[in-house]
Design a protein around this ligand. Structure first.
Ligand code: GTP
Length: 606
């Protein structure tokens, strides 16, 4: 049987955040003539505005280029992947469509937490690896030392490392040669029934869903009637093509080993399961490819309309964004104090931030977001039939009365913290303070170590990362994965504003920390909530027992009072600023609570 084209190389670029994946991808596009100096644009593959502005990759991007090595032209299909821990699932998806991976290591930083995590993933997926030491143009680069680290820590021979500067282009041609030489060609049979893996999909306003696929076996052409084996839906292919790096239709059939995109009249991302197998409707494959695990939301929060935004505006904006990003979840929710809104689930805090920003920018809505929380498993006491039901809650307000609760279980993570040796003591203190259980420690180099801890997810998602960065002067990094649920001494803390509990401010905390968290939160709330014409008591309570109290004194706060001297423009600016802040505000009873108050819980005060 004819097999896949031996002159194709499918690979992805993986690394810790900021080690230079997207910049290197740009240089590879230039080095292969896919992007000339005229069309050159930094981070070409980061196509979303938010990606460019924040300088991070959120979505994996695929591209096809050509490179000649040893007199033979090769087609290189590569996928640039995100480095941030929230988007790990994107990396796993990309790996399944490839035979090789370029693992980028910053020559000034060395191996970091996500370098290790991504390497494990690539090894699990049986990929061939090329280690790349990047940023060798920087004066503080230590390429030889980093190559030794790659050998010692990652087990890849130091002499296999390719040294590059994605900034100047140095070493990029050598890397392209190494890709042709060292990565294996795809396997697969062209005459077998079609099996193509959907490794990604994106939504385009004009063209509908664009499906990214890799043909594993068989052949696919324009006009074919295809079946998504998991979804059991059929579609007709209206366009097939490659990313070069812009979409370019291609009339030739796609065969085993090929990577490309298809358009097939699909209207929303929810109609496409990433990881699903595409086969031909009239010549079906017997089995589907292994596929992927669905990404699980890690954090939840509510979005409520504020200012001039109405509930229907928010519903429309969320619905539209969901068509575009299928990885967040939402369902209507309502709160006595805040009215009608949506409970949303995200892959992590960065993902939550991005969705909130996209809603405001692309959906033109103003919203108030409640404090994020993790999922809890609650085991109830036996009902009248003796059954001990277990429920999942994603909102402290849903916690049943404690007399019905047997135990509360919280998600746990296995975390690897990479830290300079000089900060080890302080990092251990931080982890222990966050209820971490020490699991091990190993050397990364003479001056850096990897610490392994088991930690509650709730303790790591808030300000752990900021604390880690400040303790290590920016040199510490962490990676984690959820391992399961574990029962803990957890209690619900209610916050009362002006005597009434505000559900949206309540939180689930560990009993040992409840009092200090509660008191710190009240202080933060006091800073956030403006003075009103009346005095506002703020209280924290556990099971009806008040554990802390603060008071916001009366008298309206006049921001312009600070501007003596009658500087009119400054006065106007301040008033405008105050008005803008008020847009993101909710009136609860008679008290105006600003957005910042809901996020005050993120500052644990530890
Ligand atoms: N001096 C120098 N700077 C580089 C080089 N490669 C990348 N950079 C810079 O390093 C920063 C991060 O580069 P990116 O390409 O965005 O990193 P990334 O790994 O794609 O980051 P994420 O996609 O967010 O994970 C940018 O400011 C780049 O300009 C290099 O070879 N030399």
């Amino acid at each position: 049987m004819p097999v896949a084209n031996p002159y194709i190389r499918n690979f992805c670029i993986i690394a810790h955040i900021d080690h230079g994946k997207s910049t290197l991808a740009d240089r590879m596009l230039q080095g292969t003539g896919a992007m000339d100096d005229r069309t050159a644009q930094d981070q070409k593959l980061d196509s979303m505005d938010i990606e460019r502005e924040r300088g991070i990759t959120i979505k994996a991007a695929a591209v096809s280029v050509e490179h000649t090595w040893n007199g033979q032209t090769y087609e290189l299909n590569f996928i640039d992947t995100p480095g941030h821990v929230d988007f790990h699932y994107e990396v796993s998806r990309a790996l399944a469509a490839c035979e090789g991976a370029c693992l980028i290591v910053d020559a000034t930083q060395g191996v970091e937490a996500q370098t290790v995590a991504n390497l494990y993933k690539a090894v699990d997926a049986d990929l061939e690896l090329i280690p790349v030491i990047n940023k060798i143009d920087l004066p503080s680069a230590e390429p030889e030392r980093r190559a030794m680290q790659v050998e010692d820590v990652l087990g890849l021979p130091a002499e296999d490392c390719i040294l590059t500067s994605a900034k100047s282009g140095q070493g990029v041609a050598e890397l392209l040669d190494a890709i042709c030489e060292r990565f294996p060609p795809p396997e697969g049979e062209i005459e077998a029934p079609l099996q193509a893996l959907i490794f990604d999909a994106k939504y385009d306003d004009y063209r509908g869903v664009i499906v990214y696929f890799r043909v594993m076996n068989g052949r696919l052409k324009k006009g074919d009637r295809i079946l998504f084996m998991g979804k059991k839906r059929t579609h007709q292919v209206t366009e097939l093509g490659k990313f070069k790096p812009d979409m370019e239709p291609n009339a030739d059939p796609f065969e085993a080993g090929d990577v490309g995109y298809m358009i097939a009249g699909i209207k929303t991302l929810e109609d496409v399961n990433i990881g699903d197998t595409i086969t031909l409707d009239n010549h079906r494959a017997a089995t589907a490819l292994p596929g992927y695990e669905e990404p699980q939301p890690m954090v939840y929060c509510d979005f409520y309309p504020s200012g001039d935004t109405m509930f229907d505006d928010l519903r429309e904006a969320i619905g539209k964004l969901k068509v575009n990003d299928a990885s967040f979840t939402y369902e209507p929710s309502s709160s006595e104090a805040l009215g009608s809104g949506f409970r949303c689930g995200f892959l992590g805090m960065l993902h939550m931030d991005i969705i909130q920003e996209r809603l405001e920018r692309e959906g033109h809505v103003s919203l108030v977001q409640t404090a994020p929380t993790v999922t809890y498993e609650v085991q109830l006491t036996a009902n009248k039939d003796g059954v001990q039901e277990v429920i999942q809650i994603t909102n402290p307000a849903e916690l049943p009365d404690m007399s019905r609760v047997k135990s509360i279980r919280e998600p746990m993570v296995a975390a690897e913290v990479i830290t300079p040796t000089t900060s080890i003591g302080d990092i251990m203190k931080l982890c222990e303070n966050r209820r971490g259980v020490y699991r091990g420690q190993r050397f990364l180099s003479e001056d850096r170590q990897i610490l392994e801890y088991e930690l509650p997810l709730a303790e790591i998602i808030y300000d752990f990362f900021d604390k880690l960065k400040s303790i290590t002067s920016g040199y510490g990094t962490v990676d984690y994965r959820v391992t399961g649920f574990q029962a803990g001494e957890l209690v619900k803390m209610d916050i009362l504003v002006n005597g009434s509990p505000v559900e949206a401010l309540s939180l689930i905390v560990h009993r040992s920390k409840a009092e200090s968290r509660g008191r710190h939160l009240l202080k933060k709330l006091k800073e956030q909530i403006d003075r009103h014409l009346f005095e506002i008591p703020l209280q924290a309570a556990i099971g009806g027992k008040i554990i802390g109290r603060e008071t916001i004194k009366s008298v309206g706060k006049n921001v312009t009072a600070k501007c003596y001297g009658g500087d009119v423009s400054r006065k106007r600016k301040l008033l405008e600023k105050q008005k803008k802040g008020k847009d993101r505000m909710k009136r609860i009873g008679t008290v105006d609570i600003p957005q910042g108050a809901f996020m005050a819980v993120l500052d644990t005060g530890e």
